[in-house]
Write a protein that binds this ligand. Structure first.
Ligand code: RIB
Length: 354
């Protein structure tokens, strides 16, 4: 691996001149600058980021910690962050916690030893550990929290309009005529889950639609969680005619339980998800979902982090990105209404039969 001394020797300049050229940090006569750059290319010299970091007490690395790499929502967020980091000359290091708080803290403490420019964290739990780990190192790396808000976090955050999304999903089902609407929530220590539930319940309350306690099933943010919660809901009397699942993986689990019970979606039960995962467009029926802009969440996270790096004293910001409904084949009128509508259609047909 060629080093800076070899570059200086081959270019016939001092180490300081090579350093100034590589860091563009002082006026170097153009012919010397060109000579150094040619030698760097010929030797294939790569400045050591570690050495540069030790000199500057900071590298061009951004650490990103996500809670569940198996959930397709998070890779979309990472993709947005990685594109933004690379475009600004930074390199992203990805860590997956599997929703383990201890793993998250271990990653935060270890990443810090590499002198990152900053970190982006989607907390693995309520976020208390995130806050404590960050505050443990006063004046540590800049840190932005995405998607889930730690209760006592005093720093930059970016989420989506979770409550608004939950409200809109419920309102759509109400407009279709559903009166028995259940929901499968993620763990309610996540701010995203409590916000979605808040929006959902506000829409039912406004429409004076009852929400019996068993109609709210708390579970895990994955297919198995949606499946197990739906098996409980399908055994209730009266059975719900619609289910709002708080993410698309759960919605896929709900659909599996509906099929297994010999029921049909949406004829017997409508299903609404949250995230708007591309893959759900390949399902049959296609999933209606609240789309959240994962890529933009990650990209904006890096932008906010780099603004913090440039201006550590700037005012903290909390930004909320909008969600939007994407309607698919998984929602329709409730069975009774659908049956009445079908009868009316037949009667109309009878009147016009040739
Ligand atoms: O962590 C699970 C969920 O939280 C994701 O599906 C996404 O909705 C995020 O907000």
């Amino acid at each position: 691996m060629p080093n800076m001394k070899q570059v200086a020797r081959m270019a016939g300049v001092s180490l300081g001149t090579v350093s100034h050229v590589l860091n563009d940090s002082a006026g170097v006569r153009e012919h010397l600058r060109q000579r150094v750059l040619e030698v760097v290319e010929v030797l294939g010299y790569q400045p050591s980021q570690l050495a540069r970091g030790l000199r500057r007490d900071k590298t061009n690395m951004i650490g990103m910690i996500i809670p569940d790499i198996t959930n397709p929502f998070f890779p979309a967020v990472v993709r947005g962050a990685e594109d933004a980091a690379f475009g600004n000359g930074y390199r992203l290091v990805l860590c997956n916690t599997d929703n383990s708080e201890s793993k998250e803290v271990a990653y935060m403490n270890e990443l810090r030893t590499f002198l990152p420019a900053g970190m982006i964290v989607i907390p693995s739990n309520s976020g208390e550990a995130t806050v404590q780990a960050h505050e443990a190192v006063k004046g540590g790396s800049a840190l932005v929290c995405l998607d889930r808000l730690p209760r006592h976090w005093k720093g930059d955050t970016i989420t989506v309009a979770n409550a608004e999304g939950g409200r809109q999903a419920a309102e759509h089902l109400i407009e279709l005529g559903h009166q028995r609407i259940a929901t499968v929530t993620g763990p309610l220590h996540f701010s995203s889950a409590t916000a979605r539930l808040k929006g959902f319940t506000s829409a039912l309350k406004k429409a004076a639609i009852a929400l019996p306690p068993p109609y709210v099933q708390q579970s895990t943010f994955d297919g198995a969680g949606g499946y197990s919660a739906a098996t409980v809901l399908l055994r209730l009397t009266p059975r719900p005619t619609a289910i709002f699942a708080q993410n698309d993986l759960m919605a896929m689990g709900v659909l599996a339980a509906i099929r297994e019970a010999g029921l049909r979606c949406p004829e017997d039960i409508s299903v609404f998800g949250f995230d708007g995962l591309e893959i759900t467009n390949l399902m049959n029926p296609t999933l209606s979902s609240v789309v959240q802009p994962g890529y933009q969440l990650g990209s904006l996270g890096v932008q906010v982090l780099l603004e913090r790096v440039q201006d550590p004293g700037r005012k903290y910001t909390h930004q909320v990105l909008p969600t939007e409904l994407r309607l698919g084949g998984s929602v329709g009128p409730p069975p009774a209404a659908a049956a009445r509508a079908a009868k009316r259609a037949v009667k109309r047909g009878a009147g016009t039969r040739p």
